[in-house]
Design a protein around this ligand. Structure first.
Ligand code: F6R
Length: 606
C-alpha cells in the first residue's frame, strides 16, 4: 500500500531514492520522505502530498548521504501530514514501513511507560522506539531488529538504517512484498522490482518471515526463526516494463487504448488460434469432475470474477460461489474436497485476496489465480498462475487489467465446458471466434472518442448516476459505477436492472442520469421494461447497447453503440464505453485521473 525503497550507494543516493519512489507512487501518494546517513548521523526530509513536494524540499535542503531509505505513503494510521510521513526516526534508527503493525497500541503503551516519547499518530513509530529501546539496552542493530521483529504482529515490510552504520541496512518482510536488488558495490531494497529497474535487474525476493542484513557487498538473509537461508537471485524483466504515457494525457487513457493489443496477447496465451481451440494450462485438477468453483477478489477484479461466474455457470454448468475477499476470508465458507479456488488480482498483492487464497489452500482446494504481476505473492502462492498479459497498469483505475481478466475467465469457462462436455465442437468454434473478434471490435469503438466525450459532459453535471444491467451485464453496471465514482467523485451506484423497482427507483428524477448496459441478448427486452420505468419518472437514459435505441420505446438521451457480436463477448465490449465515460467525465471535472484521492493502486492492507 505504501512504497519502500532503500539504497546502499557509492555516491549520494537522494536523487535515485526519489526516482525509485516515482515508480512506486502507484502504491500511495499522500506524502513522501527519505532519510540518509549523513556523516554518521541520520537526517530526513519529508513532505505532505505528491512526490514533487519532496523534490522541492530537497532542492533547498539537500541530503548527501550514500546510504538511504525512502517512502511514499498511503495513510492507514494518522492523517497524511508531514509529521506522520515516513521515514520515522530516533537519533539511532530510521524506519520506512508498508503495512500495518496490529499490536502498536500495546507496544506504544509499554514503550511510553519506559520513557519513550511518541510524536506521530502512526503505527510505524512503535517499530522505531522498539528497536531504539533494544539498542539503548546494549544490543547491536541486527540483534535489536530481530528482537523487535519477534514482538511485531501484523502484515508489513520494513526498511531500516542506523546512525553510525554507513554500510548497513536491514529489511524485513512479513506479509508485504519486498525485493532486494544486487548492484556492483551497491545494494538496493524495493517494494517491487520495477522500483529498482534502472539500477539492477538482479533481484532476490524475500519470502514470508524473512529478514535481511544488507551491506554494499550483498545480503545475509534469515528466516523467522533466525536461521540463515538462501533465496534465489533472479533476473527481473521489470526494466522492459518501465512505461511512459506515450502520446496520451493520462496513463488511464493510454491503458484504455492499449486494450486491443493486450487482449490479443492475453487471448493468444490461452487460445490456439491456428485450430480455433483452447490451450489452457493444466490446473492440476480434473476439470471434467470439478463440482464447484470458489471465486474471490476485490473491487474491479471482483466484478471480473462475477462475470466469470455467469460464464462458468452458463457454459460449463458448474456452480460458482463468489464473494469479495474481505468477506470470504472471515465468513470462512465450508469447502468441498476437490474444489477449484480461483483468485483474480491485477497486482497479485491484495491483502484480502491473499488471505482468502491461504484459507482455501489450507482447506485443500486447488488454487489458480489470474494475475497481472507474475512475480507477485498471489502468483507465487498459487498452484497455477494464469497471467493476464496487460503489461504494467499505472492508472489507479483499472481498465486494461479488467478486460484481460475477462479474457482469461472466458477461456477458462470454455476449458471447463469442454472438459465436462457441455461445450461441443460447434459451440467452441462459435465462442473462440467471438473472442478473437473482440480486439478488432474494441479498436473500432475506441475511434468514437467524441461520442463518449459528449455524453461525459452530461454526466459531469450530475450529483448521482445510476448504472443498470441484467445477467452478465449486471457486473458491468457495478464496474461502471465504481469507475465513475473513483475518478470523478460523482456518487454512482450499480444495480441489477430487475432490482430497480425494489427501492432504488425512488432516487430517479430528471436530474439523475441512468446508464443502462443492455447488449442485444435474450435479456434485452426485459431491460427495456426497466428503461421504461426510468423514463416514466423523468430519468435520463444513456444506453450502452448493440440494439437500436428505437427498440426501447421511450426517450433515450444518448446511445453508446457496441458492435453486433456474440452475446458471450458483450462484457468485454461494454467495458469500453463504461471506461470512456468515467475517463472523460473526470477529465472534464479536472480531477487527478491517474491518482484519484484516497486511493492506491496496490492494497496490501486489510
Ligand atoms: C478499481 C480498482 C480496484 C482494484 C482492487 C483489487 O479501478 O482498480 O478496485 O481492482 O483494489 O486490486 P487487485 O486487482 O490488484 O487485487
Amino acid at each position: 500500500m505504501c512504497g519502500i525503497v532503500g539504497i546502499l550507494g557509492s555516491k549520494p543516493v537522494a536523487t535515485d531514492l526519489v526516482d525509485a519512489l516515482r515508480r512506486l507512487e502507484y502504491r500511495g501518494y499522500d506524502s513522501a520522505g527519505i532519510a540518509t546517513v549523513e556523516n554518521g548521523h541520520l537526517e530526513r526530509r519529508r513532505a505532505e502530498g505528491k512526490l514533487r513536494n519532496l523534490e522541492g524540499r530537497l532542492l533547498t535542503e539537500p541530503l548527501n548521504g550514500h546510504t538511504g531509505i525512502g517512502h511514499t505513503r498511503w495513510a492507514t494510521h494518522g492523517k497524511p501530514t508531514e509529521r506522520n510521513a515516513h521515514p520515522h526516526m530516533s537519533p539511532e534508527v530510521s524506519v520506512v514501513h508498508n503495512g500495518i503493525i496490529e499490536n502498536y497500541r500495546e507496544l506504544k503503551a509499554e514503550l511510553t511507560a519506559k520513557g519513550h516519547t511518541f510524536e506521530t499518530e502512526t503505527d510505524t513509530e512503535a517499530v522505531v522506539h522498539l528497536i531504539t529501546d533494544g539498542m539503548r539496552a546494549g544490543l547491536g542493530p541486527k540483534e535489536a531488529v530481530k528482537a523487535a521483529l519477534d514482538r511485531l504482529q501484523g502484515a508489513f515490510a520494513l526498511g531500516i538504517i542506523f546512525a553510525g552504520h554507513d554500510d548497513m541496512m536491514i529489511a524485513a518482510r512479513q506479509g508485504s512484498p519486498l525485493a532486494l536488488g544486487h548492484g556492483k558495490g551497491e545494494m538496493y531494497l524495493g517494494s517491487d522490482a520495477i522500483a529498482l529497474a534502472p539500477f539492477t535487474d538482479a533481484i532476490t525476493y524475500l519470502e514470508e518471515g524473512d529478514w535481511a542484513v544488507l551491506t554494499r557487498e550483498g545480503a545475509d538473509i534469515f528466516d523467522r526463526a533466525g536461521a540463515k537461508v538462501s533465496r534465489p537471485r533472479v533476473k527481473s524483466v521489470a526494466s522492459s516494463l518501465l512505461v511512459d504515457k506515450g502520446n496520451h494525457r493520462h496513463f488511464m487513457a493510454k491503458e484504455i487504448h492499449e486494450q486491443p493489443e493486450v487482449i490479443s496477447h492475453t487471448l493468444s496465451n490461452y487460445l490456439d488460434l491456428s485450430t480455433g481451440g483452447i490451450k489452457f494450462p493444466d490446473l492440476g485438477i480434473d476439470l471434467a469432475n470439478v463440482t464447484r468453483v470458489t471465486l474471490s477478489a476485490c473491487g474491479t477484479a471482483y466484478y471480473a470474477g462475477l462475470v466469470g461466474k455467469y460464464w462458468i455457470e452458463r457454459y460449463a454448468r458448474v456452480p460458482v460461489e463468489i464473494d469479495v475477499a474481505s468477506e470470504m476470508r472471515y465468513r470462512e465458507p465450508p469447502l468441498l474436497p476437490g474444489g477449484l479456488a480461483l483468485f483474480v488480482s491485477q497486482s497479485g498483492e491484495t491483502a484480502d485476496t491473499l488471505a482468502t487464497l491461504r484459507y482455501c489452500k489450507a482447506g485443500g482446494q486447488q488454487i489458480a489465480s489470474i494475475v497481472n504481476v507474475r512475480t507477485s505473492t498471489i502468483a507465487r502462492e498459487s498452484h497455477t498462475a494464469l497471467p493476464t498479459l496487460a503489461g504494467p497498469e499505472i492508472g489507479v483505475a483499472s481498465t486494461k487489467a479488467f478486460t484481460c481478466q475477462l479474457s482469461v475467465l472466458a477461456c477458462l469457462a470454455i476449458a471447463i465446458g469442454r472438459a465436462r462436455g457441455t461445450i461441443d465442437d460447434k459451440l467452441q468454434d462459435e465462442l473462440v471466434k467471438a473472442l478473437t473478434e473482440v480486439p478488432r471490435h474494441i479498436s473500432t469503438m475506441l475511434r468514437n472518442e467524441k461520442v463518449y466525450e459528449d455524453v461525459a459532459h452530461a454526466l459531469s453535471h450530475a450529483r448521482d448516476v445510476i448504472y443498470l444491467g441484467r445477467g452478465v451485464s449486471f457486473p458491468l453496471a457495478l464496474e461502471g459505477a465504481l469507475k465513475l465514482k473513483e475518478i470523478s467523485y460523482i456518487h454512482a451506484e450499480g444495480y441489477a436492472a430487475g432490482e430497480l423497482k425494489h427501492g432504488p427507483i425512488a432516487l430517479i428524477d430528471e436530474a439523475v442520469p441512468v446508464v443502462v448496459v443492455a447488449p442485444d441478448d435474450e435479456l434485452f427486452d426485459k431491460t427495456v421494461s426497466n428503461m421504461q420505468e426510468v423514463a416514466a419518472r423523468g430519468g435520463q437514459i444513456i444506453l450502452i447497447s448493440s440494439a437500436s435505441p428505437d427498440r426501447v420505446g421511450c426517450k433515450v438521451l444518448a446511445h453508446l453503440p457496441i458492435p453486433k457480436a456474440h452475446p458471450f463477448t458483450s462484457p468485454l465490449l461494454c467495458a469500453i464505453p463504461i471506461q470512456m465515460l468515467a475517463y472523460h467525465t473526470a477529465v472534464i471535472m479536472g480531477t487527478d485521473v491517474d491518482q484519484p484521492r484516497n486511493l492506491a493502486k496496490s492494497v496490501t492492507v486489510e
